[in-house]
Ligand binder design. Structure first.
Ligand code: CMC
Length: 391
């Protein structure tokens, strides 16, 4: 059984070749198709980044217009899908609803499940990217007992999502440009991150020939965990629990205590051994959103102080634990008005673009095979069955 390389957690295994995203964890560098994440977050928008990830190059003005229009044509969901929601409890976690509803999409759109057909693959890709905001907003609306809103394609991808989430039929919903921009930027920051757990899950599911809707549902299920996408929800809950800066040292001690399962949520990363470049953008976006909404949240002070204390503590320094993308995002999402249970849903919405792009890359790769890791067997050697009367 010693024939296989034992690599739990795949810390030293490259599972594929990919031209999408480059990470230098030591230096804290993240590039999409070669473009630094900071430049994309500053100058681009989510539709353009989506086009870039899917197609490899930044679009011309006409290409972007065409792409955005195509996506907008797929924003509605099958009317029967709304009855699917009604089968859930109102207090269901929206991520549980997302797993179910996205998993069910192939039942509604079986005309785009033939993965051998490039046209169907493209339609499925566009459908997933376009419908995810609608599905996410519906999960929210269902939980608060408000009616579902249909998409309004006059709005941007992100503006439309905000309206479907926070608008009500009785009133005109006005998209606040600064909030739309911040939300769009948060989507950019979550769009792709090479072979993280959920993306690897999407690829592994896809490697068997499963349809793209099923693969993305698998990715959503994986993303939910608190060590992965669930960390944004956990990070804000942690900041709330800590509350004021005077309580920080107690939690720092707990995070360092190996007998205590508590970890600083939003801290540490498998690949980054430096500041996560997404966290830098996220931190400055907090201030922009506070200014635009004329709000303040004392938890931001707590977060800044926590970061400062941790980054000066030998434990975090030696282990190279820095804030990651999830450390500050919750403060922004909270200010915009999302409940914590929606945070990971927003991550899933944005990451769908990366998953879809990675899935397409895999399907088009001639070297692609079914993913089938081996194991080191640790169970008993072969032995004879013993009848129940002899045990
Ligand atoms: N707080 C306290 N100690 C930590 C933390 C933390 N947040 N993260 C890692 N450590 C310690 C860990 O105890 C271990 O110590 P030792 O070597 O003494 O056993 C060492 O640092 C290495 O940690 P690891 O768990 O072996 O590293 P990993 O690469 O397997 O885990 C991680 C990476 C992100 C799961 C982990 O850092 C973590 O649990 N962080 C908190 C959850 C979080 O913020 N996740 C979001 C990741 S970024 C967004 C995303 O990709 O979804």
């Amino acid at each position: 059984t010693g024939m296989f390389t034992y690599d739990p957690g795949f810390t030293s295994t490259a599972s594929c070749e990919s031209g999408l995203t480059y990470i230098d964890g030591e230096e804290g560098v993240l590039l999409h198709r070669g473009y630094p994440i900071g430049q994309l977050a500053e100058n681009s928008n989510f539709m353009e980044v989506s086009y870039l990830l899917l197609n490899g190059e930044l679009p011309s003005a006409a290409e972007l217009e065409n792409f955005t229009y195509t996506i907008s044509r797929h924003t509605m969901v099958h009317e029967q899908l709304s009855t699917f929601y009604r089968g859930f409890r109102r207090d269901a976690h929206p991520m549980a609803i997302m797993c179910g509803v996205v998993g069910a999409l192939s039942a509604f759109y079986h005309d785009s499940t033939d993965i051998a057909d490039p046209v169907q693959r493209k339609i499925a890709s566009h459908r997933l990217i376009a419908k995810m905001p609608t599905i996410a907003a519906m999960a929210y609306k269902y939980s608060v007992g408000q009616p579902f809103l249909y998409p309004d394609n006059k709005l941007s991808y992100t503006g439309n999502f905000l309206r479907m989430t926070f608008g009500v039929p009785a009133e005109e919903y006005e998209v606040i440009p600064a909030v739309e921009k911040a939300m769009d930027r948060i989507f950019i920051l979550h769009a792709d991150h090479e072979q993280n757990a959920s993306t690897s899950t999407v690829r592994l599911a896809g490697s068997s020939g499963a349809n793209p809707f099923a693969c993305i549902a698998a990715g959503i299920a994986c993303l939910w965990g608190p060590a992965h996408g669930g960390a944004n929800e956990a990070a804000l809950n942690m900041l709330k629990e800590i509350g004021t800066p005077d309580k920080i040292p107690h939690y720092i001690e707990r995070a360092k205590d190996k007998n205590d399962p508590f970890r600083l949520m939003g801290f540490g990363h498998r690949v980054y051994k430096n500041y996560d470049p997404r966290a830098t953008v996220m931190q400055s976006t907090v201030r922009e959103v506070f200014d635009a909404l004329k709000v303040n949240d004392p938890l931001f002070e707590t977060a800044l102080r926590l970061e400062e204390i941790a980054l000066n503590d030998p434990y975090f320094v030696e282990k190279k634990l820095f804030p990651n993308v999830d450390f500050y995002s919750g403060i922004i999402l909270n200010a915009i008005g999302f409940p914590t249970t929606m945070f990971t849903v927003l991550f899933a919405l944005a990451r769908t673009v990366g998953w879809v792009a990675q899935w397409n890359e895999m399907i088009s790769d001639p070297g692609q095979k079914i993913g089938r890791p081996r194991q080191l067997y640790t169970g008993p050697a072969a032995r004879d069955y013993v009848g129940i009367d002899k045990r």
